[in-house]
Structure formats: C-alpha cells, structure tokens
Design a protein around this ligand. Structure first.
Ligand code: G3H
Length: 258
C-alpha cells in the first residue's frame, strides 16, 4: 500500500508495534511468530523493550519485519549508566528507533532539544528516527495544536542532515493514546498535511515527500484502514492493539487487502 504525490516516488506504508513496558518473552515470541513467513504490502516493524531486541531479531530469520527500539541515548558513549547508543542499536540489527514518545516527554523529561540530538545520532548511525510529536488535550482545546506541532518539528529537526538516511514522524495526539478515542481520520489528515507542509518549508518538497508520517493513538483493526486511506497518513504506530498478536496481524493484513 502506498501514498503519493504525483510528482514523486510513492511512500510505502509503515506499521510499527510499540510494546512499551508490556508482556513477557512468551507473548513477544508469539507475536513475532505470527508475523514471520507472511508477506505484507506494508513495511512492518516491532519495538520491544531493549532487553528483548536480540531475542526478537533471532526469531525473524529472513523475514522482512524490522526491529526498532523504543528510545535511544542522546550520548554516543561514556559514563552514562543505563543508556543505549544509536551505534549499539544499529550494530545489533535494529532498523529504526522511536524518539520523543509522549510518555518519555512527560515522564522522563525529554524535550525538543534532546530529541534533536537523538534524531541526529540515529541518522548518523543509519537508524531511521521516528520522531513522535503531538499535542495534549488542553492544547487541543485551546486551539494551539499547530503551534505545538510546528515547534516540535522546528526544534526537534533543527539542522538535521537530510542528504542521507530516512526520517519518519509519528503524530500521536496525547489525548488519543491508550484512551480508545482515536483522532477522526479527517482531523488526523489535517494535522498530517500540516506536518508535511512544515517539513517542506524546512527541507524542501523532495525530502517532505519521502518522509513517512505515521499516526498513533488508539489505532485498532476497526479504524486502521480508514486512517491509512488518508493522503498524508503513511503508517501507524500501534500501542495497545499490538499486544494481541492476532489483532496486530489483522491490522497489517487489512492494510494489505486494500
Ligand atoms: O506508541 C504508541 C502509542 O502510544 C499509541 O498507543 P495506543 O495504541 O495504546 O493508544
């Protein structure tokens, strides 16, 4: 499945499972097993907790499913207890990393500046950074969603190298995460369009058309296709629904059928 601007190469959809701090090794093995051996029209990636990354990679064999991390250090190396660098993640076999998920911004004091360093580190080491952005309910109600998004992009993507590598942005309205209240597709599309306009203004049309913009926030098999139908929604970042292997597979398969 692809989205496209008539003047550029189509964007292949990307569906990412973010398992957060959930599940145990058994659930994770079952989830990966349900994806291995299948062919998808979309790119599929799974982000397990760090400690399970190697296990998941070893189960993938020659599958096209990619593994990503849920975070990455802003440091390259040194005395930073508990951190994991972009270089380490790349060397172990990760393809992408989530950066600035709202849970990390809210609970671990991440901000646009630290996210910017992480995005640059990821690009330097050949990981695809998935920069997560989005407004909270108060900001939505105050009508300042686009101001928040603009700032997160402007600071989070400041001076990145767009000549090599790939960037993804995940729009995750905080009020939609884990609440069962997804943004309605038209509402999400309008923000995604704005995100692409911001990236166009900052880096030019070519790069903006190559950048995949994912939606996250209460995605399920019920709303996945309708969201992916929108012109600027190039993929999904799935939390809760990805913990049920059959449910996640249905999301991936439905998209394949469209
Ligand atoms: O990274 C995933 C998002 O936080 C969405 O989570 P959710 O699908 O449980 O709402």
């Amino acid at each position: 499945m692809t989205n496209q601007d008539s003047s550029t190469t189509p964007r292949r959809s990307l569906i990412i499972a973010n398992w957060k701090l959930n599940g145990g090794i058994d659930l994770m093995c079952n989830s990966i097993a349900s994806l291995v051996g299948k062919e998808f029209d979309t790119d599929i990636a799974v982000c397990p907790p760090y400690i399970y990354i190697r296990d998941m990679l070893s189960l993938l064999h020659h599958s096209e499913v990619k593994i990503g991390s849920q975070n990455v250090s802003k440091f390259e190396s040194g005395a930073y207890t508990g951190e994991t660098s972009a270089e380490m993640l790349k060397k172990v076999g990760c393809s992408l990393c989530l950066i600035g998920h709202s849970e990390r911004r809210q609970m671990f004091r991440e901000n646009n500046i630290s996210c910017n360093i992480k995005v640059k580190n990821a690009l330097t080491h050949g990981l695809i950074p998935v920069l997560c952005i989005g407004e909270n309910l108060e900001e939505k109600d105050a009508g300042i969603t686009k101001d928040i998004i603009f700032r997160q992009l402007d600071e989070g993507l400041n001076a990145i190298d767009t000549t090599t590598g790939e960037l993804c942005v995940a729009y995750e309205p905080i009020w939609a995460i884990g609440t069962g209240k997804s943004a309605v597709p038209d509402e999400a599309q309008s923000v995604h369009k704005f995100i692409r306009e911001c990236i166009t203004e900052k880096f030019g049309n070519d790069f903006a058309q190559r950048t995949r913009i994912l939606y996250g926030g209460s995605v399920s098999r019920e709303n996945a296709c309708e969201l992916l139908d929108k012109a600027d929604i190039d993929g999904l970042l799935v939390g809760g629904a990805s913990l049920d292997p059959a449910h996640f597979l249905q999301i991936c398969t439905q998209c394949e059928l469209k």
